[in-house]
Design a protein around this ligand. Structure first.
Ligand SMILES: C[S@@+](CC[C@H](N)C(=O)[O-])C[C@H]1O[C@@H](n2cnc3c(N)ncnc32)[C@H](O)[C@@H]1O
Ligand code: SF4
Length: 359
């Protein structure tokens, strides 16, 4: 692995040469850069019970924030119908996200509808606060896996990051409930320099040997409200150096070329950790993800400014074939690779918020 200075951006050679991405199979729907459509992230709400400082800082997401209204957001029946169209176009995995997806009432009913679509892997990303009471229903409805976000083990650090009314124990109880319900669990920790890098080792010690995969995420410049600065990014290399100072690590292969995390295992066999280096080691080349906002707009990149209004077509009464043709036209003209180009100092523009599109 190449050593990096904090703040340095490593542009992969793949940004210059672009053969067909290795994740594409014959006959698949490909975008303008030859990338297949495999992965759909559905944000079911833009509301959240936390105010993580890097996502929904309280001064920007107060009572007067223009959250979407109930009529704006897609109903579960609408989401399920669109999901079946996406599945026929090649989507293999759906991740439900938000905002906090468990703020939507009876989310397990949506999971049950999606579970009827053949061939889909169903996952959910949640902040954990409401998970203890919903984990068993979600599992019974057909959820396959879950990712829980937790940025610190120390309660004061956790509250500093999440600005939430709950503490670490509620999130840990949610993780336990998910595991007891039979859901494989991943834990996501965003690392923001100066706020929680001291929690890398305590988190690693806690989750080593638990069977849950802990994944460290570089703080990203999604949205505009968090006032992101490059010097607050604690790089993947720094995270690995910190981990390696206590636990020898061995590199593992990515399970698929379009997987977002670099994987490592503890040399003593105590399990696996991941690092998501979205800033310092951009992975646009294999990005097979499409994102749908709560009111049914399609975004071809996490860093896009505008979406494509699928809800309008849906509510106009278009049939599945028309919806499918429209989605095809969006995907086949896609050419986004924002993260690879980040360092070329593109002019500042309004970007969608993470709490709206869901990560
Ligand atoms: C937007 S949240 C939505 C789901 C849920 N509320 C949660 O926190 O897990 C999805 C993921 O994005 C991560 N996230 C939010 N803002 C981020 C940022 N600026 N940089 C990196 N990750 C971020 C969160 O930590 C979480 O793991
Ligand atoms: S990261 Fe998740 S829990 Fe935190 S504010 Fe954003 S949506 Fe809410």
């Amino acid at each position: 692995m190449q050593a990096m200075n904090p703040g340095e951006i490593l542009l992969p050679l793949s940004a210059l040469r672009r053969p067909k991405p290795s994740s594409a199979a014959e006959g698949e729907l490909l975008d303008g850069l030859g990338r297949p459509l495999h992965d759909l992230r559905i944000s079911v709400t833009d509301r959240c019970n936390f105010r993580c400082t890097y996502c929904m800082p309280r001064d920007k997401f107060g009572r007067d924030h223009p959250f979407l209204s109930h009529d704006d957001i897609l109903r579960y029946e609408e989401i399920a119908r669109l999901a079946s169209v996406f599945a026929r176009l090649g989507v293999r995995k759906i991740r439900l996200t938000g905002g906090e997806p468990l703020m939507r009432k009876h989310l397990h009913r949506l999971v049950a509808m999606l579970a009827e679509i053949p061939g889909l892997e169903l996952t959910l990303t949640a902040n954990g606060a409401l998970l203890a009471r919903h984990a068993a229903d979600l599992r019974a409805a057909g959820l396959h896996r879950i990712t829980v976000s937790l940025d610190a083990l120390d309660d004061a650090s956790f509250r500093r990051m999440s600005d939430a009314g709950c503490g670490v124990n509620e999130v840990l109880a949610g993780i336990d409930a998910a595991a007891q319900a039979g859901l494989p669990v991943k834990v996501n920790m965003v690392v923001r320099r100066g706020l929680n890098e001291d929690q890398i080792l305590p988190m690693a010690r806690h989750f080593r040997g638990s069977g849950h995969v802990l994944r460290f995420i570089e703080y990203m410049d999604v949205g505009s409200s968090n006032g992101w600065r490059m010097d607050e990014v604690f790089s993947a290399q720094e995270i690995l150096d910190r981990l390696g100072s206590e636990f020898p690590l061995e590199a593992l292969d990515r399970p698929t070329p379009d997987a977002v995390a670099e994987r490592w295992r503890y040399a003593d066999g105590a399990g696996e950790v991941g690092v998501i280096a979205s800033v310092t080691r951009a992975f646009c080349r294999d990005c097979s993800r499409l994102r749908m906002s709560p009111e049914g707009k399609l975004f071809t990149c996490l860093f896009a400014s505008t979406g494509h209004d699928l809800r309008a077509l849906l509510r106009e009464g278009r049939d599945d074939e028309a919806l499918s043709a429209w989605i095809r036209s969006i995907w086949t003209t896609r050419g986004d690779r924002y993260s690879e180009l980040r360092s070329s100092a593109a002019p500042e523009r309004q970007k969608i918020e993470m709490s709206y599109i869901g990560g």
